[in-house]
Design a protein around this ligand. Structure first.
Ligand code: GLU
Length: 491
């Protein structure tokens, strides 16, 4: 039987959960689900200054919201826990002792000032800054002297000279690094906490991770990690480094390009299905032209072979297009629920609406369904139902009301509205027909002034939709206000 596929997502809980992180999580998850493997969620919290419980919560909440579950890891447990690195310090220590005993690692007593000075001196000589191995072969006397000074040592890995470190990346193919460029690197800091490059290897190995799929920025860390794998006689996993995410200007995606965290997209009212579909296409392309994928379809179609080497461009128009597809598929209740927080923050409703008002709000919100790409756009689209006092959108719109025919048309329209026993789409249609018949005016001369008088705008939803929602009283009030603003009296 083939070995079980085991992947992991190993975020550092040090800030907002970036969409790049979500994409790494998604690719790992897709591979696990496709291959019937296991997904592990491990928290890499060794940067104690920057790691926070809130950030960990935020990552978990975002993964759950996206529907990316994990089989082992924090909260759910598993056979290879604990799954938070700061709870595994004794595990790392065991391996560190082994490396020290075998001479594969050593204590380094250099102070930060000494290291800075070394870095500066190398840079001044146009050499690559790296640790030159000052503490590599300290005599017992030197060590005693440093200890007597009260220096606290870090532990460095002794990088072998002249080694070529080669691996086959699932995305990039064969990649090679020379060990000579690396410099003995710190594996345990002077406070006893391991560094990322060290802890990650021990964890991935002890957790039996078979495939490490992560962001391209870690490609240059991989040779250091390979050295540790080899030094501890661990079997190397397969690596896959997925490309950077760029903004449309081809620069690395950053805050300048707009929202970068999953939470921001959730708050803007993007749907998890939309975001997942979009993120899957950021660097992966199916063999067909298909762009809209259900979760099952993604799992079925996904493969690491189709993950591209070249950078992925974050195209927000594409995200909007994809998300719009999912917005349109929502039921009326789901769409209203999606709209609610945005309608509340726009001040158009409270969280406790009931009865007639609630029924009216549901109808109003429903008019936006085909028009928006994400939830936060809804209040803008339905805003005209809430503000009876508005300005004309353009001077052309205002000019529509200055046609000679307008006073007569408006008078007839108001009279008919008032006479109608109920107002719905077909009644409104009937009113327009009868005005056209009586005046012999073309459609435009009838519809357009009514539209402008009711909304201030020459464009917008159908009048048969707008008028029943506004009702007779508000429609008439709006018409009168608009005519007054344009300086027109009713016939
Ligand atoms: N904690 C690392 C990060 O968040 C994980 C990198 C890796 O997947 O190895 O970038």
């Amino acid at each position: 039987m083939d070995k079980e596929i085991r992947v992991r997502f190993a975020p550092s809980p040090t800030g907002p959960f970036h969409i790049g992180g979500a994409r790494s999580a998604l690719f790992n998850w897709l591979l696990a689900r496709k291959m019937g493997g296991k997904m592990v969620l491990r928290i890499e919290d060794t940067d104690v200054e920057r790691s926070t419980p809130e950030s960990e919560e935020n990552i978990k909440a975002a993964l759950k919201w996206l529907g990316l579950d994990w089989d082992e890891g924090i909260d759910v447990g598993g056979p290879y826990g604990p799954y938070r690195q700061m709870e595994r310090l004794d595990i790392y220590k065991k391996y560190t002792d082994k490396l020290l005993a075998e001479g594969k690692a050593y204590y380094c007593y250099c102070t930060p000032q000494e290291l800075d000075a070394e870095r500066e001196a190398l840079t001044a000589k146009s050499m690559m800054p790296r640790y030159m191995g000052k503490c590599r072969n300290l005599s017992p006397e030197q060590i005693e002297a440093y200890k007597a000074e009260g220096r606290k040592p870090s532990i460095r890995f002794r990088v072998p000279e002249g080694e070529k470190l080669t691996f086959v990346d699932m995305v990039r193919g064969e990649v090679s690094f020379e060990s000579d460029g690396i410099g003995d690197f710190v594996i345990v800091k002077s406070d006893g906490i391991p560094t990322y490059n060290y802890a990650v290897v021990i964890d991935d190995s002890l957790m039996h991770i078979t495939h490490v799929i992560r962001a391209e920025e870690h490609l240059s860390n991989t040779p250091r990690q390979l050295l540790i794998y080899d030094a501890l006689n661990f079997e190397r996993p397969q690596f896959g480094h997925i490309s950077l995410i760029l903004g449309k200007d081809k620069k690395k995606m950053s805050k300048r390009h707009g929202a970068t965290s999953v939470d921001q997209y959730r708050q803007m009212g993007y749907l998890p299905e939309g975001l997942v579909n979009f993120l899957a296409l950021l660097g992966w392309a199916p063999s067909s032209e298909q762009e809209i994928f259900t979760e099952e379809e993604l799992i079925k179609a996904f493969s690491m072979e189709h993950v591209a080497k070249n950078p992925a461009v974050f195209d927000v128009d594409k995200l909007n297009w994809i998300n719009q597809h999912y917005m349109r598929k929502l039921t009326a209740e789901e769409f209203f629920a999606a709209a609610k927080p945005h309608m509340i923050s726009a001040g158009y409703m409270t969280g406790t609406e009931q009865g007639e008002k609630l029924a009216w709000l549901e109808k109003v919100v429903a008019t936006a369904k085909e028009q928006v790409s994400f939830g936060a756009e809804i209040p803008r689209v339905v805003g005209m139902y809430f503000a009876d006092d508005f300005d004309f959108e353009t001077t052309e719109a205002e000019a529509v009301l200055k046609e000679d025919s307008v006073p007569m048309v408006m008078k007839m329209f108001i009279d008919e509205l008032q006479a109608a026993p109920i107002i719905d789409g077909s009644v409104v249609k009937g009113i327009f027909k009868s005005i056209q018949k009586a005046t012999k005016f073309g459609g435009k001369l009838v519809y357009m002034p009514v539209r402008v008088a009711l909304t201030g705008n020459q464009h917008g939803p159908e009048l048969v939709e707008i008028i029943p929602l506004l009702g007779v009283e508000r429609s008439i009030k709006r018409i009168k206000n608009s005519l007054e603003k344009a300086g027109i009296s009713l016939a």
